[in-house]
Design a protein around this ligand. Structure first.
Ligand code: 3PG
Length: 408
């Protein structure tokens, strides 16, 4: 279980300068550079509002994209979207810790909010260093000298040992924001306090991650069963010595996933009956959906979804579960003909009385598209950090929060 961390309840913010690290990283149109989705900004606005309402002078730190990539843009739009979410003015300065930023921080009044520039414009930000090493940088030293407390709300970036995630924790009292607190609570519920039967439904294309999660949750008796679909399902079928047919094998080879097969075989041997693979699949023939049983494979057509028999089998298991995690769609849900699997599985999850956690960019997008988000117990805003946590990794952003709690 994740050990104790401090939260917004443990600090008096009135009149204090508060550095708040959030994860505003959002999809951006590569041509127009417009931020396409403000889900994360709206989520973090709760933490920012609470601190401002308590009289804090809020200095927001965030990143967007990676240097050199099309979504690496300044945070001006994010500040505007935050202002819209909060219904009050938000200041923005195109500087991270230089004179302009320092002046803007010093001029803040109680309850005011300032967004600094994209922290990844500071070249040292992404250097993989220890918290102590990062704490020696001009960036961290300068901003820490102007602040009273550091709030880490960026669970989605907690798997990065970056300057703005771990550096301030060495120099300032550190507490978790509401998003961080909520994510950890939800994840602990499905990892360490899971009511049984507990099932994990893993799909999508990131088969290496799915294999690591399967290994962790079965080896530690967290999950009773793992249900597979999507490209993950293809690969797990191959590990069962099913010939899935030339176009599908080619895809697995192109994605360089074949080396994972021996590891999957090992799991099948070690945990008999606990990993489910599709019993039928939907392929595309002349632009149309056609379902075929796995016993009739190989197929010369590409597999794009799980079939009706699999949906029925998975739905039965879902109905009996008390804890359910979904990460990755079980088919190419973006195409209507192949959305049936993902939609039916998510509907069954949404209808169940179990504690349900949905995570990962595509899964969350599908859940929203099918109008099911409100029916899930928890929809995570994280991607890579969520996957890392589910495979049992210690996240630097979480470890530093735990250490700060121990120090206090
Ligand atoms: C995310 O969107 O998963 C986080 O913001 C981390 O982004 P990164 O993978 O560029 O570090």
């Amino acid at each position: 279980m994740s050990s104790k961390i401090l939260t917004l309840d443990d600090f008096d913010f009135n009149g204090k300068t508060v550095l708040v690290r959030v994860d505003f990283n959002s999809p951006v149109d590569p041509e127009t550079k417009k931020v396409l989705d403000d889900t994360r900004i709206r989520a973090h606005s709760v933490t920012i509002k609470e601190i401002a309402d308590k009289g804090g002078k809020v200095v927001v730190l965030a990143h967007q994209g990676r240097p050199g990539e099309p979504d690496f843009i300044p945070l001006k739009q994010h500040a505007e979207l935050l202002s819209k979410a909060l219904g009050k003015p938000v200041k923005y300065v195109d500087d991270i810790y230089g004179e302009k930023a320092q002046k803007a921080i010093k001029e803040l009044k109680n309850g005011e909010i300032l967004v600094l520039e994209n922290v990844r414009m500071y070249p040292e930000e992404r250097k993989k260093k220890s918290p102590e090493e990062h704490a020696k940088s001009e960036f961290v030293k300068t901003l820490a000298s102007l602040a009273d407390v550091f709030v880490n709300d960026a669970f989605a970036a907690a798997h990065r040992s970056h300057a703005s995630i771990v550096g301030f924790t060495v120099l300032l009292p550190t507490v978790a924001g509401r998003v961080m607190e909520r994510e950890l609570k939800a994840l602990d519920k499905v990892l360490y306090e899971a009511e049984k039967p507990c099932i994990y439904i893993l799909g999508g294309a990131k088969a290496d991650d799915s294999l690591a999660i399967t290994r962790y949750v079965l080896s530690n008796d967290i999950a009773d069963k793992v249900l597979t679909g999507g490209v993950v399902g293809h690969l797990f079928l191959m590990a069962r010595d099913v010939d899935i047919g030339p176009p599908n094998v080619k895809l697995i080879e192109k994605m360089e996933l074949k080396p994972l097969i021996p590891g999957i075989k090992e799991l099948f041997e070690k945990f008999p009956g606990r990993i489910e693979t599709p019993v039928d699949v939907a392929v595309e023939v002349d632009g149309k959906r056609k379902e075929i049983p796995v016993s009739s494979l190989p197929t010369e057509y590409p597999i794009y979804d799980i079939g009706t028999q699999t949906i029925e089998k998975y739905t039965k298991i879902i109905k009996e579960a008390k804890t359910i995690v979904v990460s990755g769609p079980v088919g190419v849900y973006e195409r209507e003909a192949f959305s049936k699997g993902t939609k039916s599985v998510l509907e069954a999850v949404a209808e169940s009385d179990a504690y349900t956690l949905v995570g990962g960019g595509h899964t969350v997008a599908a859940t929203e598209e099918f109008g099911l988000a409100d029916k899930m117990s928890y929809v995570s805003t994280a991607g890579g950090a969520l996957i890392a946590y589910l495979m049992g990794e210690k996240l630097p952003g979480v470890v530093t929060l735990q250490k700060s709690a121990e120090k206090s």
